[in-house]
Design a binder for this molecule. Structure first.
Ligand code: NMX
Ligand code: MLT
Length: 435
């Protein structure tokens, strides 16, 4: 932890003059104008928030601290025998702007294992939930049940916490939350789908490999890799998306990281956001059932896609609020599937979707990005290894997003960002304004 603190502090010292200059000398400069359309239309395209951890390019996709996902795949340390950049190494990168060494990732994993045990009260809370409670609801309840352990909360209540120490306690909570979230998530999975038979955490394993092992759906070494890949790719997507923005907003009120991320997880549970991975697999499975054993063709899939639109639903896994190209997270997952299980029926179906769906969406004349996003293939990759309980998929997304959302909280407190409070107006106010 000391090394991590030292590196974050060092980076903050380097960035401090930039932040001061932007605040003091350029605070009045105009970044853009806000239109009535943006005000009514979900604030799309308004530049109004700082997030140091990552930046999304509409054509090239997300960069973690300036590195593309392929750079991260290539440069981040890996588990023995694996080609996947470790997600916990991306946590280090998001926090420090440095690629960690193997030794640093090993030390980070040891620290996470030390912090990973769930308090008995949290175990009881989770175990007592009805099994038909959606896994995302269970996860947010679990995170809130962990809230009393917040070091930030305790220090703030003590009345002695200074503003320049906020980030230190936020980091403490970030590390503990990241350490505990896979344990919590695996417990939820085994309670709901495996009759409460749990698999113990293995302190010798990496963060994501251990999570895969605790899920216990496959002994295939590649299942650990697919889980590492899932957790590395979903970690951060700048701060305007619903889960990151919610976490950022709630954190700005100095609610601790458990409160803040539980709120973010509730946002991730929406079908237009993280739940799209569950919806997508459901859509693919239904389509396959309707095909009744026939080979999927572009023609047939085109009709299915049109039927979905005609029924008033969105096609899950396609489109994006910012991206205007195929999501690189999709591209990396597609390559993994092609390299390892190209003949899986759902992989083949997803391939045909890739050809059929974009033209259908384009033909509507209103969809700004007809290309697949991260959710179009993540469930398909998981079901190949036997994890076909699609209600659970968004929980895996949430385990990963904890890395980005909590890193961002650390940096928000480090920069002393104020409470977030944009202005809202009424329709009458807008009508008067445009006269
Ligand atoms: N299927 C059908 N209609 C769509 C789709 C789609 N995949 N994508 C956009 N549209 C519609 C959208 O509903 C809107 O219609 P209307 O004007 O009638 O309300 C119109 O096209 C314009 O929307 P856009 O400006 O292109 O997209 P927006 O930024 O509003 O929304 C999403 C972005 C991601 C919410 C949207 O593309 C969508 O609903 N996609 C399907 C759900 C999904 O895959 N979500 C996951 C996103 C990634 N993630 O993990 O969070
Ligand atoms: C995400 O990863 O959060 C999604 O792609 C949604 C977004 O960025 O708006």
């Amino acid at each position: 932890v000391d090394t991590l603190k030292h590196k974050i502090q060092g980076l903050a010292e380097k960035k401090a003059p930039q932040l001061t200059a932007l605040r003091k000398e350029h605070g009045g400069k105009v970044l853009g104008e806000t239109t009535v359309g943006q005000c009514i239309g979900g604030m799309r395209g308004i530049t109004c928030m700082i997030s140091e951890t990552s930046l999304l390019d509409p054509m090239e996709g997300i960069r973690y601290r300036g590195r593309t996902l392929q750079d991260c795949m290539d440069q981040l340390p890996k588990a023995p025998g694996s080609k996947i950049g470790l997600p916990e190494a991306s946590f280090w990168l998001l926090l420090t702007d440095e690629i960690p060494s193997d030794a640093e990732v090993k030390a980070l994993n040891e620290e996470l294992h030390k912090r990973s045990a769930l308090p008995e009260s949290v175990v009881k809370t989770i175990d007592s939930l009805p099994k038909d409670t959606h896994p995302m609801t269970q996860l947010s309840i679990g995170l809130l049940a962990l809230q009393p352990t917040s070091e930030f909360g305790k220090a703030y209540r003590s009345g002695t916490l200074k503003k320049n120490e906020y980030w230190v306690y936020t980091l403490e909570d970030a590390l503990s939350l990241v350490a505990k979230v896979p344990i919590l998530a695996a417990r939820i999975f085994r309670n709901v789908f495996m009759e409460g038979k749990h698999i113990p955490s293995d302190p010798s394993m990496d963060w994501a490999g251990n999570y895969a092992q605790m899920l216990g759906v496959s002994d295939d070494a590649l299942f650990k890799d697919v889980t590492r890949m899932y957790l590395m790719l979903h970690a951060d997507h700048e701060a305007g998306n619903v889960s990151a923005h919610t976490t950022h907003l709630v954190g700005s009120a100095l609610s601790d990281p458990y409160y803040s991320y539980a709120a973010g997880v509730c946002g991730l549970a929406g079908p237009l956001h993280g739940l799209a991975n569950q919806e997508c697999l459901r859509w693919l499975k239904n389509t396959r059932q309707e095909l009744g054993g026939k080979e999927p063709t572009v023609e047939v899939l085109t009709q299915f896609a049109k039927d979905t639109l005609a029924s008033g639903k969105v096609i899950p896994g396609f489109g994006h609020g910012v991206l205007r190209n195929t999501d690189p997270r999709y591209v990396i997952q597609r390559q993994f599937a092609q390299d390892n299980f190209p003949n899986d029926p759902l992989v083949k179906l997803a391939e045909v979707c890739f050809q059929a769906i974009p033209p259908v969406l384009e033909a509507t004349g209103k969809v700004k990005n007809p290309w697949p996003n991260v959710d179009a293939l993540s469930g398909t990759c998981m079901q190949y290894f036997g994890l076909d309980q699609e209600d659970y998929y968004t929980v895996i997304f949430a385990v990963s997003r904890a890395l980005g959302c909590t890193s961002n909280l650390v940096w928000s407190r480090m920069m002393g960002l104020p409470i977030e409070r944009p202005k809202s107006v009424t329709l009458d106010w807008l009508s008067t304004k445009v006269k």
